[in-house]
Every structure is written in structure tokens, then in C-alpha cells.
Write a protein of this length. Structure first.
Length: 329
């Protein structure tokens, strides 16, 4: 089977509870309207959204030999992901995340890493996927992949160096670093990354700056090769390229119910646009539309509208030029 994109990294079972107004006291019971199991993890979420946009996507991730593993594999296949390169880790439990969604759609998380932490470079079939037609390699959830991070990032660097040599467009999503290592373990990767999509908070922890434009400049200085996009929820996103173009993208106007995976959907839209060689501003619009649409359903890996509906929403998002002498769209 031919594919367009290989996504690798985090794939988990997301157990969502909504609405969580407050946590019950110790030994007490609280009630919520709904609890559900959803496909989760940044690699799976981005892959599922890319499938919704019309791309053929394979995922390389690790699961345990347990019920949750079987559930999440089924959810991945239901979402249209090619699961031939999943690694099954005997004796290990599958990764899962408890997601508490507040009434305003903001979330809190508790995660058990499990088999996800065992995913190694040997589990990611760059050569085979390239032979199957993959043009882009998306490494997602880096800070939650200890076997790839390994203290200094060297396994991931070797992987990305190989991806570059094979001709992939390389993309990175780091997620939150629960161990607060940030710049030390991610900066060695950046010279091998074409597209990087941190949140504003993540970028601040990596470069120290709070202004998104300065964050983008510093991430390029650390080596990112083509595009950096910094997402900031209800404040929209900022996008820049290595040639110096910079735009602010206001948030899409949608009825938000759950922001889980919005950044993953944004990354999917951006990657799709870049594979289609759209101009930077148009790429940002599509990414923002995808991120916005993902918030209208529960669950980060739930497929949203097809490409034409994403493009219709994108047309309502007006990028604002962020540099003197640069025209807005």
C-alpha cells in the first residue's frame, strides 16, 4: 500500500471526562456529563487529521499487549491510519492519558507512558516508508519518548539525519517536557527539522523569549530550516519562514467544545499545505482552520471536516503581516 506521510511517536488512549468543574475531595465522588475513550497522542492525532484532509498516512508507535492497546489500535484503524508499522511491546502496558475537560474547553492531563516510552529509532521504518511513497516524516511527542531522547537527543538526531538523507520533509512536535529539560535535549534536533510547531509556552521554555516573533527568530537561529509556527490557543498563531516572512493568524471563529489535540490538527493542516507547496500565509490559514475545526468535537483524534470545509473556514482567517514592508493577505 502506498502512503504519503509517516508519522511516528505518541499514540495513546485518551480517556476524556467532561465537564470537570472541580476535582472531588479525597475519598469523594464527583459527577460529569460524559466519559469516553478516544484516539490520542500527537502522532496519532496529527495522522488522523491528515487522513481527513485526504492523505495516506502510516503511523509508527508502540503499544502494549493489553486491552487499552487493542482499543487504541482499533481506533487508529477506524481513523484510517495504516498500522502496519506499530510495535507491540510484550509485558508492557499501553500508554493512556486521563483528560479532564473544563466547561471552558481547557484541559488538564494525567498520563501513563507505558509502551510509548520504549519506542526506539529501530521501530521507525524510514527506508520502508520512503519506498512506499512517503514524502514527509512527522516526529510527534518527542519529550514523551525517552528511548529517542536518551538524555542528549542523539537517537532522534540520527533518525532525523537519516530522514533528511532520504529526502523527507521533516516535521517536529515536542509536546510538554514534564522533566523541564527543554532546550538541552531539543536544540540538537532543530538543524534537522524543516517544520516546527511548538506552543507559545513550549517555545518560551526553549528560547526564554515571551514574544512569539522573537521566539520564531530564535528557533530559526537554533537551526530550524524552513517554517516555524507558534500556537497560542484563543490568541491564534504566529508563523514565519526562513526567508523572513512573518504573519499573525487570528483564531478561527468556531463553537469550541474541547481543545484537546488542536495543536496536532494545526500541525496537520500546516504539513498538508506545505506538501502542496502553498504560500506561507495560505499554509497558516489552512493550519489555523484545521486547529479550529478540531475543537468543535470531543477527542483530539476525531476526524473533522474534509479539505473543502477546512478551506472554506481558512478563507475567513486573515493573516496579518508582522514585519514592516510586508503586505498582509
Amino acid at each position: 500500500m502506498r502512503i504519503d506521510i509517516l508519522t511516528a511517536g505518541c499514540m495513546v488512549a485518551d480517556l476524556l471526562a467532561y465537564p470537570v468543574n472541580q476535582f472531588p475531595a479525597r475519598g469523594k465522588l464527583g459527577n460529569v456529563e460524559r466519559v469516553g475513550a478516544h484516539l490520542g497522542g500527537s502522532a496519532a492525532n496529527t495522522g488522523a487529521h491528515l487522513v481527513s484532509l485526504g492523505y495516506r498516512v502510516a503511523i509508527a508507535a508502540a503499544v502494549g499487549d493489553d486491552l487499552l492497546g487493542r482499543v487504541v489500535v482499533g481506533l487508529a484503524e477506524e481513523a484510517g491510519l495504516d498500522t502496519r508499522w506499530l510495535s507491540h511491546k510484550p509485558g508492557s502496558h499501553s500508554a493512556a492519558t486521563m483528560v479532564m475537560v473544563a466547561p471552558d474547553a481547557e484541559r488538564s492531563f494525567l498520563q501513563a507512558t507505558g509502551a510509548q516510552g520504549l519506542l526506539s529509532a529501530a521501530d521507525i521504518p524510514l527506508v520502508a516508508a520512503r519506498a512506499a511513497g512517503a514524502r514527509a516524516f512527522h516526529l510527534a511527542g518527542y519529550f514523551a519518548l525517552p528511548a529517542l531522547e536518551a538524555g542528549d537527543g542523539s537517537p532522534a538526531v540520527a533518525l532525523l539525519r537519516e530522514a533528511t538523507a532520504l529526502g523527507y520533509l521533516t516535521a517536529l512536535d515536542g509536546v510538554w517536557d514534564a522533566h523541564a529539560r527543554w532546550r538541552r535535549v531539543i536544540s540538537p534536533l532543530l538543524p534537522w527539522i524543516d517544520v516546527y510547531t511548538p506552543s507559545r509556552d513550549e517555545a518560551e521554555h526553549i528560547v526564554g523569549a515571551t514574544d512569539p516573533h522573537e521566539q520564531i527568530d530564535q528557533l530559526f537561529a537554533l537551526g530550524v530550516r524552513k517554517v516555524v509556527a507558534v500556537t497560542d490557543g484563543a490568541h491564534g498563531a504566529w508563523i514565519g519562514d526562513a526567508a523572513g516572512l512573518r504573519y499573525h493568524l487570528p483564531p478561527a471563529k468556531v463553537a469550541t467544545v474541547d481543545t484537546t489535540g488542536a495543536g496536532d490538527a494545526f500541525a496537520a493542516g500546516l504539513l498538508a499545505a506545505l506538501l502542496d507547496e502553498l504560500p506561507l500565509a495560505e499554509a497558516g490559514r489552512l493550519a489555523s482552520a484545521c486547529g479550529g475545526l478540531s475543537t468543535t468535537v470531543f477527542g483530539g483524534g476525531k476526524g473533522f471536516a474534509r479539505r473543502n470545509e477546512a478551506e472554506a473556514l481558512a478563507a475567513t482567517i486573515i493573516p496579518v503581516a508582522a514585519k514592516a514592508g510586508q503586505e498582509s493577505v
